[in-house]
Design a protein around this ligand. Structure first.
Ligand SMILES: [Zn+2]
Ligand SMILES: [Zn+2]
Length: 289
């Protein structure tokens, strides 16, 4: 079983109700569960706390691309992991080429904090250990995790001019979940989705945005998918469940998102999931044990 938790369903536009883009992928259950964080948007650790998962519990953080809204709180994950573990516990951060440089700069910006804490806590004798794995296409190998129960692979997506960007597929005990990130329909995402059980896809309402008299919003039309495009990707892959997130414009509190669901359902016969932060979807998988 794989559980998908939409930690943050928001976007760059601050919302009182929706944290920034982040999704928790939990493979298995109980003490054997492995938690993978896909993107680390605004408020991610608050939302993780709400489901009882802390930064020390993460098997890895996987970044789809380096747009700020998807990584705003990566520094918080790094620092909190560091101060809440009592022996060196490296955090693995997987991401596209450029991730190492971003992490290096984050650690540099945390320099004063790291120095304060190491000077103040006698038992904190090392800076935050972070291992970056830059990926482009194919299997994702996590350091020290060679015989893990979860297989992960990635493929390039198309979020141009944001380059590079990647999506991830998680396979565990007969269940498979794809996390697309921000992308327009593309071959790389189709390849990941082929035969998957669920697809988590960020979306924007192009039919609304295109009517806004704001060039800066219009600029976002050409590198995101609409609910219809995400649904078409899910249909091509034979995916059973489409989970929409990253709602632009934000869905209002109390609105179940039925109009969004309807736009997707015109192109996709499976289940369409839309929800508030902490919405959880369980994927048993066709070959579940
Ligand atoms: Zn983006
Ligand atoms: Zn985004």
């Amino acid at each position: 079983m794989i559980a998908i938790t939409l930690l943050g369903t928001g976007s760059p536009i601050p919302s009182p109700d929706r944290a920034g883009p982040s999704t928790l992928i939990t493979a298995g259950s109980g003490t054997d569960a492995e938690h993978y964080l896909v993107d680390a948007g605004r408020g991610v650790l608050m939302r993780m706390a709400a489901v009882g998962v802390g930064a020390p519990n993460l098997a890895a953080v996987l970044i789809t691309h380096l747009h700020s809204d998807h990584i705003t709180d990566l520094n918080d994950v790094i620092t909190t992991r560091w101060v809440m573990t009592f022996e060196p516990t490296p955090l693995t951060v997987v991401g596209p080429v450029g991730t190492q440089a971003v992490v290096d700069h984050l650690l540099a910006s945390l320099g004063p904090d790291i120095a304060y804490r190491m000077a103040h806590h006698d038992d904190l004798d090392h800076p935050p250990p972070v291992t970056v794995v830059e990926v482009a296409d194919g299997p994702v190998e996590l350091p020290g995790h060679a015989d893990g129960a979860v297989r992960i692979r990635c493929a390039p997506t198309d979020h141009r001019p944001v380059e590079p960007s990647v999506g991830y597929r998680f396979d565990h005990a007969g269940a498979s979940v794809v996390a697309a990130g921000d992308t327009v329909p593309c071959d790389g995402l189709d390849e990941l989705c082929d035969g998957a059980d669920a697809l988590v896809h960020t979306v924007i309402r192009k039919d609304i945005i295109e009517n806004l008299p704001l060039q800066r919003m219009q600029d976002t039309l050409d590198y995101h998918s609409s609910p219809a495009e995400a649904a078409q990707t899910a249909a091509r892959g034979g995916v059973a469940t489409l989970v929409l997130t990253h709602y632009v414009p934000p869905i209002s509190p109390g609105d179940a998102g039925d109009d969004w669901r309807g736009l997707a359902a015109e192109h996709f016969d499976g289940t369409v999931e839309i929800g508030d932060d902490l919405h959880r979807v369980e994927v048993a998988g066709s070959g579940a044990l």
